[in-house]
Design a protein around this ligand. Structure first.
Ligand code: UGA
Length: 432
């Protein structure tokens, strides 16, 4: 099938490349000349494991191309996917101006029946607005359908998540759209749930908010564990055996971040308030997450006593492993709080250094894990990159001024760290 993918961010580019991999012909459109320029040269504007290989392969096969023109993109298309940004406004609501602009442009260039798929994360009732906007500018009255198809892929594992999804959710209104969508997603051989558009939109916000709730829940449990000397990992394991609860997303840590959970939580809260159906529970989820970062900095303070003038080595800056994404990364807030208390920061991240440079100030970026430990009063782990689990701890011990590690992602066993002579503090477990 012919697909026009509008927006080449994490969602659009991965989705476009994966649809091409499935044998469709995809034109990825973006109004950012820098991004399109890079893609045309074969360079990726973002880091996502496996994406470059997929893009190169499908460009070579003639199934994937890039353009700045929506008119060109939709000329022969069966589908136009809207995968543009919906950034948060200061009141927490989502800014939908890009979605509106794209809808208008699609309408003005409509030549034949088109299924317009809303892929960006949007508040409930956005599809209705997209439909109204397209109807308004669709002067030749060309038939079209608007479909809500929220995305559930995670950064860092996005390609695999797309090709092997747990489910595909499609909110739509007509049989014609249903048949066309079924043809597109059929090859993925996964459950496809057809709903109305509003339910599909709510499924996305409700899913992300629920996952964020699981994290804040286990972080609250972790604080109780710390008070009595219990172990949150064991508690999570015990809870997780119950299939009604499940073990995933019960990893206690120094807080969640990224461009999805914090933003979607805010947007869902905002919409619930607007509709007069206040979702108060989510206020607590947000508050626990903010407090968790403060709590983590307090742990560092308890280990160092006075932070002012001390050098803190930070391992991991991206909001999670296997991505270069620094948006709403917990590291930003943790570093800010440490700097406020007078710490000198040196830091390392395997992939996100170029993005970190843009958002962090007065941070000395180091070339390696070991250079980050050298001369530091303590080492702080913020992101659980796989390579951090394999670090040579004996070497780290020699490089630090004091053998202190504060671990925000529970990478090591406290008893092993004690044996090695470290002072080691982690989340929801006894400090040693
Ligand atoms: C999240 C959802 O998991 C995806 O399903 C969704 O499609 C995506 O948002 C989106 O809306 O686009 P993502 O933000 O890429 O995906 O990352 P996650 O793996 O969900 O992690 C989010 C944050 O939660 C990270 O900071 C991570 O460190 C933290 N986290 C995750 C925990 O602190 N504990 C956990 O047990 C799991």
């Amino acid at each position: 099938m012919n697909i026009c993918m509008i927006g080449t961010g994490y969602v659009g580019l991965v989705t476009g490349a994966c649809f091409a991999e499935l044998g469709n012909k995809v034109i990825c459109v973006d109004n950012d000349p820098r991004k399109i320029g890079l893609l045309k040269k074969g360079e990726m504007p973002i880091y996502e494991p496996g994406l470059d290989v997929l893009v190169h392969k499908n460009v070579k096969a003639g199934r994937l191309s890039f353009s700045m023109s929506i008119a060109d993109g939709i000329k022969n298309a069966d589908f136009a996917f809207i995968a543009v940004g919906t950034p948060p406004r200061s009141d927490g609501s989502a800014d939908l101006s890009f979605v509106e602009n794209v809808s208008r442009e699609i309408a003005l260039n409509l030549k034949k029946y088109l299924v317009i798929v809303e892929k960006s994360t949007v508040p409930v009732e956005t599809c209705e607005w997209v439909k109204k906007t397209i109807t308004k500018f669709n002067r030749k009255k060309i038939p079209f359908d608007v479909v809500s198809n929220p995305e559930f892929l995670r950064e860092g594992t996005a390609v695999n998540d797309f090709l092997k999804p747990d489910r595909v959710i499609v909110g739509l209104e007509t049989d014609r759209a249903r048949k066309t969508v079924q043809k597109l997603y059929g090859p993925l051989k996964c459950p496809i749930l057809f709903t109305d558009t509003k339910s599909a939109e709510i499924i996305k916000h409700a899913s992300n908010s629920f996952l964020a709730t699981k994290i804040s829940y286990i972080n609250s449990v972790a604080r109780i564990c710390e008070k009595v000397g219990a172990n949150v990992e064991q508690v999570a394991e015990g809870m997780g055996f119950d299939p009604r609860i499940g073990r995933s997303f019960l990893n206690a840590g120094c807080g969640f971040g990224g461009f999805c959970f914090p933003k979607d939580l805010e947007a869902f809260l905002w919409i619930s308030k607007k509709l007069g159906a206040d979702f108060e529970m989510l206020e607590s989820v947000k508050k626990v997450n903010e407090e968790q970062m403060i709590h983590f900095v307090r742990k560092i303070e308890e280990s160092l006593w006075i932070i002012n003038g001390k050098t803190v080595g930070i391992l991991g800056l991206a909001f999670k492993p296997n991505t270069d994404d620094m948006r709403f990364a917990p590291s930003i807030e943790i570093i800010r709080m440490l700097q406020e208390r007078g710490a000198k920061i040196q830091a390392y991240d395997p992939i996100s250094m170029p993005n970190a440079k843009k958002v962090l100030q007065n941070v000395t970026l180091k070339d390696s894990i070991y250079e980050t430990a050298r001369g530091a009063d303590c080492l702080v782990i913020v992101t659980e990159w796989p390579e951090f689990r394999k670090i040579n701890l004996a070497k780290i011990k020699k490089l630090l001024t004091h053998p202190t590690i504060i671990d925000g992602r529970n990478l090591f066993k406290p008893e092993d760290m004690k044996k090695m002579g470290f002072h080691y503090a982690s989340i929801g477990r006894k400090s040693v």
